[in-house]
Write a protein that binds this ligand. Structure first.
Ligand SMILES: [Zn+2]
Length: 129
């Protein structure tokens, strides 16, 4: 196992990365919106740019048609801040829509958000509720 595989997953699960978000970053679909939310946070922390893009709903205002430009913007953002932790406040599950409220710690500052997720072929981040 690589060093990264053995370290605790950045999503705050207290599980090693290999057994937590890595399978999702490598192609497995998240079983629910909470798992997707966690894996998107750890994707930012680990610069899994393709995963960030693959799990955002096309109706989200961040969505860009020009993928190369979007990727470089995301990479620049991920390189410029530190992802210091994630706390889940609430998870409201549903068949086609779900809500996750969380506090993301970025550059030691807390950002609280209530996010909406929608299930198409897979769970996707739709936007702020
Ligand atoms: Zn994780």
């Amino acid at each position: 196992m690589s060093k990264l595989d053995k370290r605790l997953c950045p999503c705050g699960s207290n599980i090693i990365y290999k057994k937590c978000c890595k399978p999702l970053h490598k192609g497995l679909y998240a079983r629910n919106a909470l798992s997707l939310m966690r894996s998107r946070y750890s994707a930012y922390a680990l610069k899994e740019i393709n995963y960030i893009i693959a799990t955002i709903h096309p109706d989200n205002k961040q969505y860009q048609e020009h993928k190369q430009k979007w990727k470089s913007e995301l990479r620049e953002y991920c390189n410029s801040v530190s992802f210091d932790g994630l706390k889940i406040i609430e998870f409201v599950d549903g068949k086609k829509e779900a809500i996750v409220e969380f506090v993301a710690i970025i550059d030691a500052k807390e950002y609280q958000e209530r996010s909406l997720f929608k299930k198409e072929k897979r769970w996707l981040y739709y936007g702020i509720e």
